[in-house]
Design a protein around this ligand. Structure first.
Ligand code: PMP
Length: 390
């Protein structure tokens, strides 16, 4: 029954992992896959997560179903973290726990497509390739705009507004809240405010993807852009991921929120979110979600988590400032945040870096800065500089 299917491209990052593993050079450097790494190159389970998992093992006395919406207490605790203690005045809120941020994006895309089949989704480029895949799979027409200027290595805000001028009322606009994947660039708070008014005036629906809260400038600051958007828009969607900031990648913890200032319309959205989730995965996985809930409701564990997160954030910031202060060519990296930057180099250069120097990154030139450490950073800079200059 499958002979009519088209072959699908293999995941380029997975191929890169295989090539890296097969390389025998002792000083090889992996800047490919998008997970946090400590100085030793490991992606550890944070101490707060370990401690919460121990408590969970001791205290959990049933694994019976919780329901399609997931762990309601977790959803409340995460809402406080994301929207602030004052929550979202003027909005009613519906939440569904999802398998990771990807599940939240997918559910939000399905909801938008069901609500308005002719609505388009606008994605900034370069972006996270899965965004186009996820929205494309729901049948939503995907439109793109240039979010980032590769030459200056900075966000192209004028280009963003100009392109979004072509969007139709009811279209959705995907925005990464912080630590942009793959460029690390953000809008300034003033630009977020301007964009917020722009979207509200044109009746465009913000769909904000918050996958790195706490890894940029801290938990509160990383939510400021999102909060600025919500202050203006009557309705919005928010996809959240606990994969990075809790180190829970494979446990699949995420949330989709839909916000609306009209309670009746929000109820329609909630009912449809729940029904779409039931038809897709029925119930979200619980282990990682219960772990996050225990961390956030236990004062000592929350304090430990804030410290764990700060350790990750500080390390990423150290790598950025090492490169930015030592070399003017890397100065933009110091203004960027999070794990990723996209270097202005060609696929041919990427290949040469891999073959000649054992430096591994995808063809796009995206690097995960967490792949560098005290031993490799100077060698990396020395090899890269001539390519960046030319
Ligand atoms: N959004 C962005 C921008 C991401 O980079 C990621 C992870 N790579 C996600 C969402 C979702 O991650 P996950 O499904 O693993 O929670």
């Amino acid at each position: 029954p499958f002979s009519s299917l088209q072959p699908q491209p293999a995941d380029a990052l997975l191929a890169l992992i295989a090539m890296y593993a097969a390389d025998t050079r002792p000083d090889k450097i992996d800047l490919g896959i998008g997970v946090y790494r400590d100085e030793a190159g490991n992606t550890p389970v944070p101490p707060s997560v370990k401690a919460a998992e121990r408590l969970l093992l001791e205290s959990q006395d049933s694994k019976s179903y919780l329901g399609t919406e997931g762990d309601m207490r977790l959803l409340d605790l995460l809402a406080q973290l994301v929207f602030g203690p004052a929550a979202t005045p003027g909005h009613h809120l519906a939440a569904v726990q999802t398998p990771g941020g990807t599940g939240a994006l997918r559910l939000g895309a399905a909801l938008l497509a069901r609500a308005n089949p002719s609505a388009q989704i606008w994605l900034g480029t370069p972006g996270w390739p899965n965004h186009a895949l996820i929205f494309g799979n729901t049948g939503m027409p995907v439109r793109t705009w240039r979010y980032y200027d590769p030459q200056s290595m900075r966000a192209d805000f004028e280009g963003t507004l100009e392109a979004l001028n072509q969007a139709q009322p009811g279209d959705a606009v995907l925005l990464q809240a912080c630590c942009h994947n793959p460029t690390g660039t953000s809008l300034t708070l003033r630009q977020w405010d301007e964009l917020a008014s722009f979207l509200a005036e044109r009746r465009l629906i913000p769909f904000v993807d918050l996958a790195y809260q706490g890894l940029g400038d801290g938990l509160e600051k990383d939510a400021e852009g999102l909060r600025s958007i919500l202050a203006e828009s009557p309705s919005a969607l928010v996809a959240y991921s606990c994969s990075k900031n809790f180190g829970l990648y494979r446990e699949r913890v995420g949330v989709l929120w839909v916000l609306h200032n009209d309670a009746h319309e929000l109820d329609l959205a909630r009912g449809n979110m729940v029904s779409l989730a039931r038809a897709t995965w029925s119930m979200p996985p619980d282990h990682g979600a219960a772990t996050v809930r225990i961390i956030l409701e236990t004062e000592a564990l929350k304090a430990q988590w804030v410290q764990d997160l700060e350790e990750m954030r500080a390390r990423l910031s150290w790598v950025r400032s090492e490169l930015a202060t030592a070399h003017p060519e890397f100065a933009p990296l110091g203004d960027q945040r999070g794990m990723f930057s996209t270097l202005p180099i060609s696929p041919a250069t990427v290949r040469e870096l891999r073959e000649k120097h054992g430096i591994f990154m995808p063809e796009s030139g995206r690097i995960n800065l967490a792949g560098l450490n005290r031993h490799s950073i100077d060698r990396f800079a020395a090899i890269m500089l001539p390519y960046i200059r030319s």
